[in-house]
Design a protein around this ligand. Structure first.
Ligand code: 1GP
Length: 231
């Protein structure tokens, strides 16, 4: 899995848009968001995405994202938060109430390292974004060795990040996959980050310049090619 589109239920989605994104060559959809989340919009978006037959990952940042029929759930923990609520406090509360019903085999754990201080997620989760390469490498090792997380998610949401830093973090991972998201707005940026991350996530540009968004996925349309630099 090399490319995912991140769909925000609070943004201007249509069934035709989701269909177009699916046909571009992406490997699937994440449904997630931070602001103004309403359960009805989440359900409608899920139904549209489900019609495409691509994998859908529901990112559970709040209860509205829990859709029983979904095949994959992403549970975020913020590794560089300064507030324990985002690293375990909220999770403990939810698990205490819902554990008999939790589909554990469908849950993927994501360790976020949020690096754009202006991102809503950084403010919302009280992230310390002032990190060196060594700091991020240590978070990568925590994800891999201490917590055996499925995913290390390097998040620059809203701004394009440092590919060398992503490459540095990747060097410390074996089992844990490295997902990169943030500010990918064109084919060149998609190529650069795909060369250092296992999976790239494309979000905002879907709603700002859908043609460019589609170009980022077209790189991955031929599933027999694992390294798009050779295309
Ligand atoms: C957001 O990482 C994703 O969680 C994608 O970021 O919206 O900046 O593409 P953008």
């Amino acid at each position: 899995m090399r490319h995912l589109f991140k769909l925000d239920p609070a943004k201007a989605n249509t069934e035709a848009l989701i269909q177009r994104l699916a046909e571009a060559g992406t490997d699937g959809f994440i449904i997630g968001g931070t602001d103004d989340i309403e359960a009805e919009q989440v359900h409608t978006l899920y139904q549209w995405a489900d019609k495409t037959a691509l994998p859908i990952f529901m990112e559970i940042s709040e209860e509205a994202f829990i859709i029983g029929a979904a095949d994959h759930f992403l549970v975020p923990l913020v590794l560089n938060t300064t507030n324990i609520a985002w690293f375990g406090g909220k999770h403990q509360e939810v698990i205490k109430t819902y554990h008999p019903y939790m589909p554990w085999s469908k849950i993927w754990t994501e360790g976020y390292v949020i690096l754009n201080p202006e991102a809503k997620a950084a403010k919302h989760a009280d992230a310390n974004t002032d990190l060196t390469y060594d700091d991020v490498a240590a978070y990568a090792l925590m994800a891999e060795k201490l917590f055996a997380l499925n995913i290390l998610y390097i998040e620059y949401s809203g701004t394009y990040g440092d590919a060398a830093l992503v490459q540095h973090a990747k060097h410390f991972l074996k089992q844990t996959k490295l997902w990169y998201g943030g500010g990918i707005r064109n084919r060149e940026q998609a190529l650069e980050m795909a060369a250092v991350a296992d999976t790239i996530i494309v979000g905002n540009v879907i709603y700002e310049d859908v043609d460019e968004a589609i170009q980022t996925a077209k790189l991955f349309a031929d599933k027999s090619v694992t390294n798009p630099e050779t295309i």
